[in-house]
Design a protein around this ligand. Structure first.
Ligand SMILES: Nc1nc2c(ncn2[C@@H]2O[C@H](COP(=O)(O)OP(=O)(O)OP(=O)(O)O)[C@@H](O)[C@H]2O)c(=O)[nH]1
Ligand SMILES: [K+]
Ligand SMILES: [Mg+2]
Length: 323
C-alpha cells in the first residue's frame, strides 16, 4: 500500500471512530501516525520510490495547473470553478495529490489541476517539488497563486522558484510575426515554439486586505486579484486564463450543408488544416484531398487549401476526401 492509501485508510478510520473518553487514546495514536505519513510524503522520494498519485490523464482541450505555497486557496478555487470537490482546510498541505476538475468555457473543456502546495526549494526537489513541477510542466498555462494577506516577498519567491524550472510569467505577447498579405488583411505565424510554460499570477483572499493594499497588488504587472470566499473577480480570472490559452474555434461543414455552428472544434492558435483533421478523426488526414475554407485565413471565400494551411478563429472548413 502506498503512503496516500495509508493516509486515506487512517482518515477513514478517524472519521468512523466516535469521539469519547474510551477512544481518545486510540484517536491520538491515529493522528500521530497520520502526521508521520504526511511528513514522509513531503520528503523528496529517494531512488526507486515512485511519486504517488500524480499521474492524471490529460483530458479536454487544454490544461491549467494551480501552483502556490500552502493554503493560498488553490483547492478552494478548484471547488469554485469546477464541479469537482477538493478538500480545503485552514492547515498547510491539505492537498496531497493532483486533483483534476473541468471548466467549460466558450465551448471548450479546460482541465484544471489542483496540486499540493510547494515550499521554498521546490525547484531543487524540496517537499514534493519535483512531482508538482513535473505536472505543472504538462500544463498549457500555470496559474501561480498567492495569498494577498501574506508578505510581499512571496511573489518574488514563487516567481524565482518557478522560473528556475522554465515556468515564466507571460510578460510579452506571444512571439508572432505579422505579414501583410497581398490581398490586404494580415496573416500571422508563430515564429518560435515557446520553450517555457506560460504562467499567470493571481492573488487570492483580497477580502482580507485593506483597499490600499488591494490597489497596490492590482497594479502589479501581470496580476489578477480575486477572492474565492466572496466570489470576487472569478469570471475575469477565467476570461484571462482563456486569453492566455490562445485557443481558436473553427467550424466544420459538410458538402451542401450549413456549417455546424453549434459544435465547432477547439484548436490551438497556429494550428494547420492537418491539426484540424486530426481532431476530427485520426485517419482523416490520410484520406485528405483538399479543404475548402471560408474565413479570415483565406483570400477568397471559399479557398482551396492543403494540409499545411494555418487556420484562424471562426474559419469554416470543409474537408474533401480522396475517392
Ligand atoms: N479569507 C479568505 N480565505 C480563503 C479564501 N480562499 C480560501 N480561503 C481559506 O484559506 C484556507 C486554505 O484554503 P485551501 O483551499 O485549502 O488552500 P490550498 O492552497 O489548497 O492549501 P494546500 O492544499 O494545503 O496547499 C482555507 O481555510 C480557506 O477557507 C478567500 O478568498 N478568502
Ligand atoms: K490548506
Ligand atoms: Mg489544497
Amino acid at each position: 500500500m502506498g503512503i496516500l492509501e495509508k493516509i486515506q485508510e487512517i482518515e477513514k478510520e478517524i472519521s468512523r471512530t466516535q469521539k469519547n473518553k474510551a477512544t481518545e487514546y486510540h484517536l491520538g495514536l491515529l493522528k500521530a501516525k497520520l502526521a508521520r505519513y504526511r511528513v514522509q510524503l513531503l520528503e523528496p522520494t529517494k531512488g526507486g520510490v515512485k511519486g504517488e498519485g500524480f499521474d492524471v490523464m490529460k483530458s479536454g482541450d487544454a490544461r491549467v495547473a494551480l501552483i502556490g505555497f500552502p493554503s493560498v486557496g488553490k483547492s478552494t478555487l478548484l471547488n469554485k470553478l469546477t464541479k469537482t470537490h477538493s478538500e480545503a482546510g485552514a492547515y498547510e498541505f491539505t492537498t496531497l495529490t493532483c486533483i483534476p476538475g473541468k471548466i467549460e468555457y466558450n465551448g471548450a473543456n479546460i482541465q484544471l489541476l489542483d496540486l499540493p502546495g510547494i515550499i521554498e526549494g521546490a525547484s531543487q526537489g524540496k517537499g514534493r517539488g519535483r512531482q508538482v513541477i513535473a505536472v505543472a510542466k504538462t500544463a498549457d498555462v500555470v496559474l501561480m497563486m498567492l495569498d494577498a494577506t501574506k508578505s510581499y516577498q512571496q511573489r518574488a519567491l514563487l516567481e524565482r522558484e518557478l522560473e528556475a524550472v522554465g515556468i515564466r510569467l507571460n510578460r510579452q505577447k506571444p512571439n508572432v510575426y505579422f505579414k501583410v498579405k497581398t490581398g490586404g488583411g494580415i496573416g500571422f505565424n508563430s515564429t518560435v515554439r515557446l520553450t517555457h510554460v506560460n504562467a499567470q499570477m493571481c492573488y487570492n483572499k483580497i477580502d482580507s486586505i485593506t483597499l490600499e493594499e488591494l490597489d497596490r497588488l492590482a497594479r502589479e504587472p501581470n496580476t489578477i486579484v480575486i477572492s474565492c470566499e466572496l466570489d470576487l473577480n472569478l469570471d475575469y480570472l477565467v476570461e484571462e486564463v482563456w486569453r492566455h490559452l490562445n485557443l481558436l474555434r473553427v467550424y466544420t461543414k459538410k458538402r451542401g450543408e450549413y456549417p455546424d455552428f453549434e459544435g465547432g472544434l477547439i484548436v490551438r492558435n497556429g494550428s494547420t488544416v492537418e491539426h484540424v483533421c486530426h481532431s476530427i478523426h485520426r485517419s482523416l488526414a490520410e484520406e485528405f484531398r483538399y479543404a475548402l475554407i471560408w474565413g479570415t485565413s483565406t483570400k477568397h471565400n471559399p479557398q482551396r487549401v492543403g494540409l499545411s494551411h494555418v487556420v484562424e478563429n471562426e474559419d469554416v472548413i470543409q474537408v474533401v476526401k480522396k475517392k
